[in-house]
Design a protein around this ligand. Structure first.
Ligand code: G3H
Ligand code: ZN
Length: 283
């Protein structure tokens, strides 16, 4: 069933596991992630960046495609369609009106008061529509879809204030994680994570899920993280298969013959993450 993230993440926090946000790029991603969720009996969040939404033809296309695939595949587990790193109130509003069940407003690059003001506006509209809201403080490192950042830790006091003043459902405090692959092992601010989780009371989100070792995933979950975002890992695994299949078959031209196997790989990768995050058999 198509739902917001609110209940999903409350349950995850209480049950000490995390729900994966898996970013989508096209039909094959949707099919693979929904298949994985259903087989694992796991809730899942389909992450849609603004760039990915444009690539797929807009927010309406995304919602139509996801709902059609859910119906075709007989999806029964809870699924959220979530705008990832929404850049403005307008973009969030468009996604909400198109039928997204969740949005992230990422005003983390703005001064604190502006972040509070923009996030509050998004919350007001979103909650009217039963849509959940994620906001961010600090800066996630690396690059994703043109969103570039040098790691900056979220301030625990600001986190508490942002949550209290805006009424967001979940918060992504940047604490050393990076979009894309890590150079060496990630160095996450667990002390701050614990403090922020306790002070705010809301389930926390961990961005930059690719390349985080299992022990850190488990630690993050124990400190209140209830949502982990994964994008790059699926892209790496998918593209690897496409390259291998095309290299082994230089005459191949039927896209189904290389996108099909790469879809299976996305599904397997997602299943692996669901097991690591502990969300399997929780739907
Ligand atoms: O918002 C999306 C995520 O934070 C993805 O991070 O590409 O490093 O897995 P990742
Ligand atoms: Zn992110």
């Amino acid at each position: 069933a198509l739902v917001s993230m609110t209940q999903m993440l409350q349950d995850a926090k209480a049950g000490k596991y995390a729900v994966g946000q898996f970013n989508i790029n096209n039909l094959e991603y949707v099919q693979a992630i929904l298949q994985a969720a259903e087989e694992e009996k796991s809730p899942a969040i389909l992450g849609v960046s603004e760039g990915a939404a444009r690539y797929m033809g807009g927010y309406n296309v995304v919602v139509a495609m996801v709902t059609a695939v859910m119906e075709a595949q007989g999806t029964t587990v809870p699924i959220a369609i979530h705008l990832d790193h929404g850049s403005s109130f307008d973009e969030c509003a468009k996604a909400i009106h198109a039928g997204f069940t969740s949005v992230m407003i990422d005003a983390s690059h703005d001064p604190f008061e502006e972040n509070v003001a923009t996030t509050s506006k998004v919350v007001e509209l979103a909650h009217l529509h039963g849509v959940s809201v994620e906001a961010e403080l600090g800066i996630v490192g690396g690059e994703e879809d043109g969103v570039v950042g040098d790691v900056m830790y979220a301030d625990p006091k600001e986190c508490q204030e942002l949550v209290e003043r805006t009424g967001i459902d979940t918060l992504a405090p940047a604490l050393g994680s990076v979009h894309g692959t890590y150079k060496g092992e990630p160095n996450l601010g667990f002390k701050e994570m614990e403090e922020i989780g306790a002070a705010t009371g809301v389930p926390l989100v961990l961005h930059g899920g690719t390349g985080i070792p299992l022990k850190d995933i488990q630690k993050a979950i124990s400190f209140g993280t209830a949502k982990i975002n994964v994008n790059t890992e699926n892209q790496i695994q998918q593209t690897k298969v496409v390259r291998e299949v095309l290299a082994a078959n230089p005459d191949m031209i039927d896209p189904r013959k290389y996108l099909g196997p790469s879809r299976d790989t996305i599904k397997e990768t997602v299943i692996g993450k669901m097991r690591e995050f502990g969300s399997s058999n929780k739907a």
